[in-house]
Structures are given as structure tokens and as C-alpha cells.
Design a protein around this ligand. Sequence first.
Ligand SMILES: [Zn+2]
Length: 341
Amino acid sequence: IGVESQDGWTIDAHPIHGAAASTNHPPVGSSFRTYRPIYFHEFVANHAARKRYWARSFLGWTNLNKSKPNPAHRAVADLGRLGYLSSVITQTHPSLRTLELHGYLRSAVCTTCRTEYDRQLFQNDLAQLNPAWSDFLNEMLASGALTTENPDERRRLGLKTNPDGDVDVPGVDYATFRYPACPSCLAKPPTDKDGKRHVVEVDVDGAWLAGNSTAGILKPNVIMFGESIPDTTKVAAEKAIDEASRVLVLGSSLATYSAWRLVKRAREQAMPVGIVNIGGVRGEDQFFGHLSTGNTGKEGLRCAHILEEMLPSLVTELSQRSTAPLTASAMARPFVPAPWA
Ligand SMILES: [Zn+2]
């Protein structure tokens, strides 16, 4: 489902009578046109880029962390409970955590040892390492600039938020921002692939230092542009498709190749594809070219509706039916609702 959430960032998933995928890469909403996301290689290679990323993330986290599931998300959970979904594949939304193609923003992960750290605890560390920024954040929170849902009001207060939850603050020097090293790598630097011990240097407060450091860089636990999806995630998503009988894409343009590829995979197995999305969808001719003129929707369906309105009414309609939609074998694997459901 891909849904525009209240705080203006895009969530997509593709519930599928079978599976659902979600993608917010790249953002397609017109309001995000000026936003350029950070690339994986840039983040890993460049200390200054990381300072900038974590500074913006530090300011945006409080707001992003509050984003709540909307009626469309709840409806997808309901469809699962009713037995209409065997799997849901999502991308990036921090709480829609069924099969996340692109990771989640709730944790930071070490690029060396892969240890994961709770994003809120990491946030506390960032606040301690950056007292001036922390004060600034508190001021903005107090002014309401970070909490208003109105983008015009936010802009008036000098704030611009991009889809990853970062805040652009004009005139702020990102070079002053400090971020911690991976505590695990710092305590016991691991060895590299040649058996040589890594170096992790920090300043007196524990902030990661460029120069001699070769490890212990923390990154958000999301798949960035230019970064590949872990094989285990890829395989799980493909399995969800293969076990499905049909695929429903909700609110995604399938702009991300990894998401598009899953739908293509379903079509290659002759599964009917349904897509609900306002706006164009990548290569959609390939998914609907085979439809006969008498198609009633069973062979495939393409429509444009507002998901927050359409899905809840669909749930109401389907709730009144008595027949179990899924086969016994499909129901044998119980649907696991997202944590917020
Ligand atoms: Zn580490």
C-alpha cells in the first residue's frame, strides 16, 4: 500500500491476495520534487555527508516517530484478519513492519558489525553529543514548528521536511554535528577481511572521528538509494509472491525496481494483478496488456482511488460476506498483523 501519511511522507505497500509491497523511493509526490536523498556510497564514504544526514535526521526524528497508521493501513490489517491477504510487503514505513523491503527507520545499524541500535536511544546520544542542536530542537518543538501538520505553517516558521523525516534548517552549519561510533566496534574493534584489526577513534565525548577510523559507522537501518536489499529480504519477498494467487498494489507507482520486479514476477506466473494508484505506474502495460474486453476484474484491475476512503469501505463490504476467501493451505499460515493493528 502506498499512502500519503499525515506528516506528508509517502508510504507504499502492495497488499496482494498474497502479498503487498511498499515503496517510497523515489518520492513521487509533487511536493517532494526538490528533495534529493542521500546515496548509500556517499553516506559510507563521506564523514561530512553523514554529519548532515544525522543532523537532519536528529531534527526530523521526533516528528517522524509520531507518525501513526492511517485508515488505509488499518484496513489492510483488517483485510488480513478477514483472510484476504496471505502476506503484506511494505517498504520503509516504520510501523508497517511485515516484510519490509527497504528496512525501517526505527533503528540504526553498524555498517561494520551489523549490530542494531534503538533509534530513540541513538536519538538521546545525538542530543548529548550536540547540546546546541538539542536546544534548537527543543525550541522548534516548543514553537510548534515541528508538530504542525500544515506545510505552509511549517514553511512560515522556516522549516521544510522531506519524505525521510529530515528537517532542512537554513543557515545551520551541519559540520558542527557529531554522531556516536558503534559501541560494540568501539569496545572491541573487529578484524577486516584480511585479518587486520579495525581502528575506531572517538573524541572525548564518544563521537566518531574521521582520520584513522576504519569501522564503527552507524547508518539508519533503511536501504538507501544505491544500496542493495539483503538477500534474505529479497528471498522472503519473492516467496510471498510465489505463494500468492494474485497481487494487489496499493498506492505505489512501482518506481522502485525491486518493487516493480515483484509484480512482474507475479505476472510471469499468470497471477491477476490489481493496482490502485493515483497517477502513473511504471511499465503498467505489461501487467494489463493481456486483459480481455469482457474482463470483470478477475483477470486484473487498474483504478485510481483515495485509499483512505476506498479500503475501509472495501473492508465493510467484505466483512458482510460469510465465505472464507482463502484456501485451507493458505490459511494454515496465519496472517501476522502489523504491530499497530
Ligand atoms: Zn559495530
